[in-house]
Design a protein around this ligand. Structure first.
Ligand SMILES: *[C@@H]1O[C@H](CO)[C@@H](O)[C@H](O)[C@H]1NC(C)=O
Ligand SMILES: *[C@@H]1O[C@H](CO)[C@@H](O)[C@H](O)[C@H]1NC(C)=O
Ligand SMILES: *[C@@H]1O[C@H](CO)[C@@H](O)[C@H](O)[C@H]1NC(C)=O
Ligand SMILES: *[C@@H]1O[C@H](CO)[C@@H](O)[C@H](O)[C@H]1NC(C)=O
Ligand SMILES: *[C@@H]1O[C@H](CO)[C@@H](O)[C@H](O)[C@H]1NC(C)=O
Length: 702
């Protein structure tokens, strides 16, 4: 695939340096494992402190390498405070605005110089899910269940499977290049007894999601779209060049492309394009690559809510429904429609031959708020629903009549609207809704009432699942289990309602940011294994260990992908071979280091001796702080090494702006936080005598 792109194997170091990294890595992994283990405990007493320090010291010295793992766990568990659960909740806590790598390094070297003198001064379930909590399970009956064993029921042709060559398949060497056409013709299903240990996770998943009943053939939607959310972080065209063939191979039939500020808007609209937007030639490149790989493009343009990238500018303040926020456009201003038409015209012009256009329109948080709209509603005795519908009719009609395209739109705003309102506006003849839901259990999440309602209005319906960017606003590694469950659930829903609707296709969404202003969540390369597994789940009507095995081979994993997210297993020596596999690898590495950093920050040594109270009064335990700080250097070194390697990997996929953003949010912010702790601790450590209690009431911080 990408010859000449030599895998770093995550380690460019040699000899002792390499060993040091290994030691540190192992310590990190052990720490994390124990963190999770101890999260269930409820109390650590102060008498543990001595042991804590001893354990910390021995760990840092690398003693644990010679110990059996069990012993180390026993030791280390003392180091961890209970209630340190939720590594996630602390992640991305970038409160200390980091200022890019250089700044940090300057400070670091300052610190090193200081040292000579020995004394120093001192981030919803998913947004989508959240916005949707009104839907409770009312009717879970009548859903057919899709058996995991449907693969055989499906027949070989459909799933592209044959029943021969199990052995050969299992022993198949890792694919070293991406040119593995027909990998999905690789055979099948090992007898149950031979199912390897790792496969049990997948089987459990399948079993928990799919209740055995007489087998129903799953409904497999004709279109399978990969959603490319490009908001403020454009992957290189050379990356797409490597990925589009892979998407095709995995069974994708199209791309739902959401350029947002990455489209080269021109003329009056040129402000809408970010400074690092694609050029018209880039768009041509994308269009050609898609065509070469038989991927139908459906552009997505927000035309109602989520127009932050447009309305954030001063010149568009008057277009806002609520002048305080650029979230939604006012549908009643005469110039609003002109702006939207301009955007549609430009994007459509650069995508010759398209059949569909997605007009977005989800999460319109501001509706009927501005004086113009209020007045209009009052005059015509109209509701906000009327206001919403009128705007949709205008935009969708424009797309249909002026451009002869079929408009698709997100469905969420429809979920509370009565079918009479739809009928009044003849919405069913105008647009095809795309019902999105990223929850792992959709019978719980989208109640049957919604489907009954839609069935009265729409014949053709799309659905949208998610393969990333839906489980945490600052999530940077993907929870594959979550997304697989979501896809299995969608298969169930579509199978249940296949006679009520013509399901046109499924868009596998991969959110890059929750909105224009938000941080980056999982990057495309990081979520490629999730995408591949989710796509194959749709294509095959289910998931089983063989599919995981085949996908793992195709993506060049040395061992089968573990669908369970957890920082507690060793990081593989080398990155998987798929394009961007090194980015995936670096994110996994950081996930482990972050768990270590979290553990460090929550050491009893700091929780007990490095509080604002103590800092204000310069009153703390030198030995406790010194013991805690022993982990500082190895942790910081490991994070810096990870940052360097991540930078190099990210450069293969993204531009410098994106690389810098990710590094600052994900790594430099952590380093800054650790650095601040170190400075504070050092300043407390410098003291040699302490005052009599009681201490001052509340002296100012130095
Ligand atoms: C998969 O990963 C999880 C979380 O790290 C771990 O608990 C589990 O043992 C792993 N499964 C296998 C089979 O390696
Ligand atoms: C999904 O939710 C429904 C309703 O709460 C429940 O009956 C069903 O067992 C759940 N399915 C799974 C796989 O958890
Ligand atoms: C306004 O519309 C509501 C229904 O939407 C209706 O019940 C009411 O009678 C109408 N009022 C007037 C003044 O037309
Ligand atoms: C991953 O998702 C599954 C299914 O939603 C959930 O049960 C599990 O807790 C998640 N794991 C992590 C580490 O967030
Ligand atoms: C604490 O006292 C030491 C020694 O006098 C001094 O160097 C340091 O700056 C002080 N730290 C704080 C936080 O006041």
């Amino acid at each position: 695939m990408n010859p000449g792109r030599n895998r770093k194997s995550g380690m460019r170091l040699r000899g002792p340096a390499r060993m040091a990294v290994l030691v540190v890595g192992t310590v990190a992994i052990l720490f994390v494992g124990v963190k999770i283990f101890t999260a269930t405990k409820s109390k650590v007493t102060s008498s543990d402190d001595g042991q804590m320090m001893a354990a910390a010291q021995s760990l840092i010295k690398g003693d644990q390498i010679r110990n059996p793992r069990g012993d180390v766990q026993k030791e280390v568990q003392l180091i961890y405070r209970p209630g340190g659960e939720a590594v996630e909740s602390d992640k991305g806590n970038a409160g200390h605005a980091g200022n890019m790598i250089r700044k940090y390094e300057e400070e670091e070297s300052d610190l090193r110089e200081d040292k000579a003198g020995s004394l120093h001064k001192a981030h919803p379930e998913s947004k989508k899910a959240d916005s949707d909590q009104g839907y409770e399970a009312e009717d879970n009956k009548g859903l057919p269940d899709i058996k995991m064993s449907r693969l055989s029921a499906l027949g070989d042709k459909k799933a592209g499977l044959s029943q021969q060559g199990d052995e050969a398949f299992q022993q198949q060497p890792i694919q070293q290049n991406m040119d593995v056409a027909g990998v999905f013709n690789e055979p099948a299903i090992p007898p149950v007894a031979q199912v390897p240990e790792w496969a049990l996770d997948v089987q459990r998943l399948a079993a928990s999601t799919i209740i055995a009943k007489p087998p129903t053939l799953p409904f497999i939607p004709p279109a399978k779209l990969v959603h490319l959310d490009l908001k403020g972080a454009p992957p290189k065209i050379s990356y797409f060049k490597q990925m589009f063939p892979l998407y095709h191979k995995l069974g994708a039939t199209g791309l739902l492309i959401e350029y947002e500020d990455m489209f080269p808007y021109a003329g009056e609209l040129q402000d809408l394009a970010a400074g690092n937007a694609y050029t018209p030639d880039d768009i041509k490149g994308i269009v050609n690559l898609a065509r070469e790989n038989q991927l139908e493009i459906i552009p997505l343009i927000q035309t109602f809510g989520h127009m932050e990238f447009v309305l954030k500018y001063e010149k568009y303040i008057a277009y806002r429904e609520n002048p305080k926020t650029p979230q939604a456009i006012c549908p009643r201003m005469p110039f609003s429609m002109k702006l939207i038409q301009g955007m549609l015209d430009q994007v459509i012009a650069m995508h010759p031959g398209i059949r569909y256009l997605h007009i977005g329109s989800d999460e319109v948080y501001h509706l009927g708020e501005c004086p113009t709209c209020k007045q209009y509603m009052a005059k015509g005795n109209l509701t906000k629903e009327d206001l919403f519908m009128e705007h949709i009719v205008k935009v969708a009609s424009y797309v249909r009549t002026e451009h002869r395209l079929t408009p698709i739109m997100w469905d969420d705003m429809y979920r509370h609207i009565q079918s009479e309102v739809f009928l009044k506006y003849k919405i069913g003849d105008l647009v095809e809704p795309m019902v999105w839901a990223y929850h792992p259990n959709l019978t719980q999440f989208l109640h049957a009432g919604i489907w009954d309602q839609y069935a009265k209005v729409f014949k053709k319906v799309w659905v949208a699942s998610s393969f990333k960017g839906a489980t945490g606003i600052d999530q940077y590694v993907t929870n594959i289990t979550h997304h697989l469950e979501n896809h299995l659930s969608w298969l169930q829903i579509m199978t249940a309602y296949k006679s009520a609707f013509s399901f046109q296709g499924i868009a596998l969404t991969g959110w890059q940011r929750y909105d224009h202003f938000a941080v980056l969540c999982e990057l495309l390369p990081v979520a490629t294994p999730s995408l591949a597994l989710c796509l194959q789940t749709v294509v095959n009507g289910g998931i089983d260990p063989n599919i995981v095995n085949r996908v793992s081979n195709l993506l060049g994993f040395a061992t089968p992908i573990n669908i369970t997210l957890g920082p507690d297993r060793p990081l593989p020596e080398s990155a998987p071979h798929f394009p961007g596999g090194d980015v995936y690898h670096e994110a996994q590495r950081l996930y482990r280091l972050d768990a270590w950093a979290h553990g460090f920050e929550h050491l009893g040594n700091f929780l007990g001796f490095l509080t604002p109270y103590q800092l204000r009064r310069n009153f703390s335990s030198v030995s406790s702080l010194e013991a805690g700080l022993r982990q500082y250097a190895p942790l910081v070194d490991a994070l810096k090494a990870a940052r360097d390697d991540a930078a190099e990997a990210l450069w293969g996929v993204y531009d410098g702006h994106t690389v810098a953003e990710w590094l600052e949010q994900r790594i430099t912010a952590t380093l800054d936080r650790l650095h601040a702790m170190k400075r504070s601790a050092d300043s407390l450590i410098a003291r040699r005598t302490w005052p009599r209690r009681p201490l001052d009431a509340r002296p100012p911080l130095q």
